[in-house]
Design a protein around this ligand. Structure first.
Ligand SMILES: [Zn+2]
Length: 310
């Protein structure tokens, strides 16, 4: 999904479909899945503990290492059907205890944070889908209703309980992430105690049961920095399967500027104008959010383009 034109700076990494149709209706059709798996154009990649093999191509791109299904190491693996590309190619992931060895030295294992910044939309979308499923599978092996061990169904998208018949679906935990601006169009960034020195970012927190997204934005900012915000505006979302979050990016405004950090999660928070942020980055005093994170996109959107480099 892209931002709407009036607030577009750039799309947020990992939110594009990359042209993949998830084709959810096919997941329970075992005969169809068997035929799709065996089709000669089908491509397969392996995920293991949040990592997959990637490799650089001769023309300077980076790709997921995929293989035809007849080469794929199906034994001791869980098979996830991820969807169909615009060219009709079906994509599967195999979840295994280890990544396969490769004769080709160009291939290297990479986690999603590294890989998503390098891969094109299609491969990033496939990888984020597979890793999100793997994370969920790993943590939901037992039925939350009766405690029995569950089995995988629907090509990786359901866990079924053989004892009580319950069906369990992949979980996504919503979290709000907010860029706060004051009346002078300055932004508020904070740092957590355990972060590397100088690192500042936007504020984030999980949505609580019975809470709206807007309420979560207001509560989080109040709790962490003692600032009352109003008018939370949704900007964009980003799947964040570390292990199972969906980050919902918001802007919010405030008329108060006095900061009261909670001293538990947030140890320091500061207001930045564009000039003070640029100077703080260039002097290496502040390291802003970077990489694939939605926090970086929110700050860039306010800044008006890519942030300066130190
Ligand atoms: Zn059960």
């Amino acid at each position: 999904m892209r931002n709407t034109p009036d607030n577009a700076v750039q799309p947020i990494a990992m939110t594009g479909t990359g042209g993949i149709d998830r084709d959810a209706g096919r997941r329970i059709d075992e005969a169809w899945l068997g035929a799709a798996w065996s089709h000669p154009t089908t491509r397969v990649f392996v995920v293991s503990s949040g990592r997959a093999l990637i490799e650089d191509t001769a023309d300077g791109r980076t790709e997921l290492v995929t293989m035809p299904s007849f080469d794929a190491p199906l034994t001791e693996a869980h098979r996830y059907y991820l969807g169909t590309g615009p060219d009709g190619v079906r994509y599967f992931a195999l979840q295994k205890d280890e990544l396969p060895g490769r004769m080709d030295q160009a291939a290297r294992p990479a986690g999603l944070r590294e890989a998503a910044a390098l891969l094109d939309d299609r491969d990033a979308a496939l990888l984020v889908h597979a890793i999100a499923l793997e994370n969920w599978q790993r943590m939901h092996r037992f039925c939350s209703r009766c405690g029995e061990r569950t089995v995988i169904a629907a090509a990786g998208h359901i866990r079924r309980c053989p004892s009580c018949g319950a069906e369990h679906y992949p979980r996504t935990d919503p979290a709000v992430i907010t860029l706060v601006t004051d009346e002078e169009d300055r932004i508020l960034l904070g740092r957590q105690m355990h972060w590397p020195e100088g690192r500042f970012s936007t504020f984030a927190g999980f949505v609580e049961p019975g809470e709206s997204l807007e309420e979560a934005v207001v509560r989080e900012i109040e709790e962490e920095v003692g600032i009352t915000v109003f008018d939370p505006r949704y900007v964009a979302s980003q799947p964040w399967p570390f292990p199972s979050s969906l980050m919902l990016g918001f802007l919010a405004s405030t008329r108060t500027t006095e900061i009261r950090v909670d001293g538990e999660e947030i140890e320091q928070a500061r207001w930045f104008s564009r000039d003070t942020l640029r100077a703080a980055i260039e002097s290496r005093e502040v390291s802003p959010p970077s990489g694939i994170s939605i926090a970086a996109r929110l700050v860039e959107r306010w800044y008006g383009g890519p942030l300066p480099r130190p």
